[in-house]
Design a protein around this ligand. Structure first.
Ligand code: HAM
Length: 436
């Protein structure tokens, strides 16, 4: 019986797993140097958790099932509700700001397409317990720091920032009634995935007249660089608004962190998830050809919804799928992401073959990535070829010399340079030759 993996999932053969590890290892390293602590939660949760506030989009994409006790459960489609539940349960005991990261695998029953799978890994970075724009900026800084660590530069990336309250006010001015604000956000959020006609029809359903639909569309396309918020406020008559004040403070902090050139303001960014309350942002590859690399924002009311104390919060999720496409397209995915052996041990005589297992064990105990051949061949050419094929940096050749405690260490990358080494300690560094 030949069975394939389910649609929208992936098998990770060694080369694929190495690429994913490159991404996850970089996320982990960057999280730690930005002062975030690792957390995690269950792979499945009570279905109820996602119904509270994730919003239609995600709830329609849940993989859910019943356990034998009749409980309704769902595989996690995102981490934020779990995080909010965890923080709510201990909020008073946790020192603020709470800075947490995690890298869960998530499942969404989406239509599989480029950049969207049914199982993916998502880096979550969240700052809780602070309403300061420093928290918003520091979450963006962590994302930018990671993208920079992958080799991306400001010209490759746009961090598109907006504010839900600002967009809400613009929509209200256009005549969108209060109860239709969330559907209007969802329409704006999904605009890139629909035709102009579908967008106009959606806008008309919000009760907008055709000229207002056009204005709505124009607003959704407005973007301004960091440092030019005044111009945006004037263009949209938003001077003096509280939410504009928050954006101004963020603007200053982004410049102070020296990441302004990665960022811009884009009134078309509102995010599809229902829990966002303030700043929202998405990170895109600059040409706009790919789906979003990351998305996040402020969700100041979510912890209270899980019976926690008022706890302002901001953070983002960055998926591995689009990021991997972008890194490969730009030639930034290391070709040697697979771990290379430090040393490949070869035995050329029967005595040497007896000494091989103990040598391998000692090398591994000392922390060296060590491999050897399973073949009984004593043909040095064939064995060296095997060492070369797995990318080994050195070959440790055991031959007649083992009787006097000697072996040969051959550098496979440096034109095969070879030297005699003690068998007990074969990786001992080469003695330096003093110049006269
Ligand atoms: P989200 O916009 O649903 O936000 O997802 C964030 C990122 O996860 C996306 O930009 C994308 O890179 C990746 N992603 C989402 N769905 C898929 C998929 N089906 N296949 C591959 N990648 C995907 C959230 O999940 C929020 N909980 C993020 C957050 C954390 N907000 C605050 N803190």
């Amino acid at each position: 019986m030949k069975l394939q993996h389910p649609p929208g999932t992936k098998d990770f053969f060694p080369e694929d797993a190495a690429k994913r590890s490159h991404i996850l290892d970089t996320w982990r390293r960057v999280s730690i140097r930005n002062g975030f602590e690792l957390v995690d939660g269950p792979v499945f949760e009570l279905l109820e958790l996602y119904k509270v506030k994730s919003g239609e989009g995600i709830v329609n994409e849940l993989f859910h099932f019943q356990d034998r006790g009749g409980r309704e459960l769902a595989i996690r489609p995102e981490f934020t509700p779990t995080l909010a539940r965890m923080v709510a349960s201990r909020a008073n005991a946790l020192p603020k700001p709470i800075k947490w990261f995690c890298m869960p695998n998530l499942c969404r029953a989406e239509r599989p397409q480029r950049g969207r799978l049914r199982e993916f890994w998502q880096w979550n970075v969240d700052v809780l317990g602070s309403d300061s724009p420093i928290a918003d900026a520091e979450s963006i800084l962590a994302a930018v720091d990671a993208l920079h660590a992958f080799g991306l530069r400001p010209e490759h990336i746009r961090v598109k920032i907006s504010h839900r309250q600002t967009v809400k006010l613009v929509l209200e001015k256009l005549g969108v009634p209060d109860e239709k604000i969330m559907p209007a956000f969802e329409l704006l959020d999904g605009r890139d995935k629909m035709t102009a006609e579908e967008f106009s029809q959606g806008a008309a359903k919000l009760g907008l007249t055709p000229d207002r639909v056009e204005r709505f569309d124009q607003v959704g396309r407005m973007s301004y660089p960091v440092g030019k918020l005044d111009a945006m406020a004037r263009a949209l008559s938003l001077e003096g608004l509280e939410s504009m004040g928050e954006l101004m403070a963020l603007d200053e902090t982004l410049r102070a962190f020296d990441i302004a050139d990665w960022c811009e303001y884009d009134m078309g960014i509102v995010r599809g998830l229902a829990y966002y309350t303030g700043t929202v942002y998405e990170i895109h590859e600059a040409s706009g050809a790919e789906r979003a690399i990351a998305g996040g924002g402020r969700y100041d009311k979510l912890i209270e919804l899980f019976d926690g104390p008022p706890t302002p919060a901001v953070g983002f999720g960055m998926g591995n799928v689009v990021l991997e496409h972008v890194l490969i397209d730009k030639g930034l995915m290391p070709t040697d992401a697979m771990p290379r052996p430090d040393v490949f041990v070869i035995a050329l005589t029967d005595d040497a073959a007896k000494a091989l297992p103990g040598t391998v064990r000692r090398l591994r105990l000392d922390g060296w990535h060590t491999r050897f051949s399973y073949r009984s061949s004593r043909n040095v050419g064939k064995l060296l070829k095997e060492a070369d094929q797995c990318g080994a940096v050195r070959a440790l050749i055991l031959d007649d010399g083992v009787q006097s405690g000697k072996a040969k260490l051959k550098m496979l990358q440096e034109q095969g340079r070879e030297r005699e080494v003690p068998l007990e300690n074969p990786m001992t560094p080469e003695p330096k030759v003093e110049a006269d």
